[in-house]
Design a protein around this ligand. Sequence first.
Ligand code: NDP
Length: 259
Amino acid sequence: MRLRDKIALITGGNSGIGLATAERFVEEGARVAITGRDQKTLDAAVTKLGPNALAIQADLTEDGAAERAVAATIERFGALDILFLNAGIAGNTPVGATSRAQFEQVLATNLTAVFFTVQAAAPHLKEGGSIILNGSVHQVLGIPGASAYAASKGGIGAMNRVLASEFAPRGIRVNNVVPGATRTPIWRTFAATSEELEKLEAVYSRGIPLGHLGEAVDIANAVLFLASDEARHVTGTEIVVDGGTIGAPAGAPIFRAET
Ligand code: NDP
């Protein structure tokens, strides 16, 4: 059991990467609080996760929501060792067709809410604890139409290093997991039907050296490592889980002679 007796708070734990991480954490002995806005998927997640899970309904872009989520976690489990700042939204914000409200919603969710959740949890995190941020390959890839999303995730990459410095005196580690394209419900933002989703996946897969999207559990396993004491000397850095998208782009199917 790699997380025996640890207590974790996972934002956006009712879906995709957050839910897969909650499952891995519970399997490894942790007690886990999850947040999300949607009560139905929160209830379904807790049913799946079992008695060592607590669901907290919270929109983390609202003032006081993070403080309530942290307080509910402490009230139920008594402490906090691990914080996974996973909640996030996609956003299509091309130049020429983007309102200020759309742009700011992405930043508010993916960046500002992350900082204020860390701030809310900070007084309660135990020495030796672990904070994990959720970045994206958008941090560096320059994918068109994604200015707000890329800026939010670039901000996560920068903030990761600042937070690692700030928390180092308390022995709390801070790291960023950087997923590439991963099969989760977030892709519904760009594809209304299953056929559209399939097409989108096929296009994206051609740019991934390993030839396919990641699964949520692939990211969860990296988060599990960062959360565990196996990573006790790892802070201020990133683990990229992207099938080679950033590190070995020339190996992607799209560049192979036969394709
Ligand atoms: P999902 O859509 O499955 O999960 C997103 C989660 O965030 C949901 O649980 C959602 O819950 C929660 N959430 C969104 N907005 C808020 C809010 N305002 N307050 C509280 N919770 C919120 O997508 P993923 O699992 O893919 O995304 C998880 C993270 O991974 C995101 O940060 C995303 O940017 C990142 N990522 C994903 C990649 C991918 O290809 N899937 C690639 C790179 C990074 P609810 O709707 O109930 O609020």
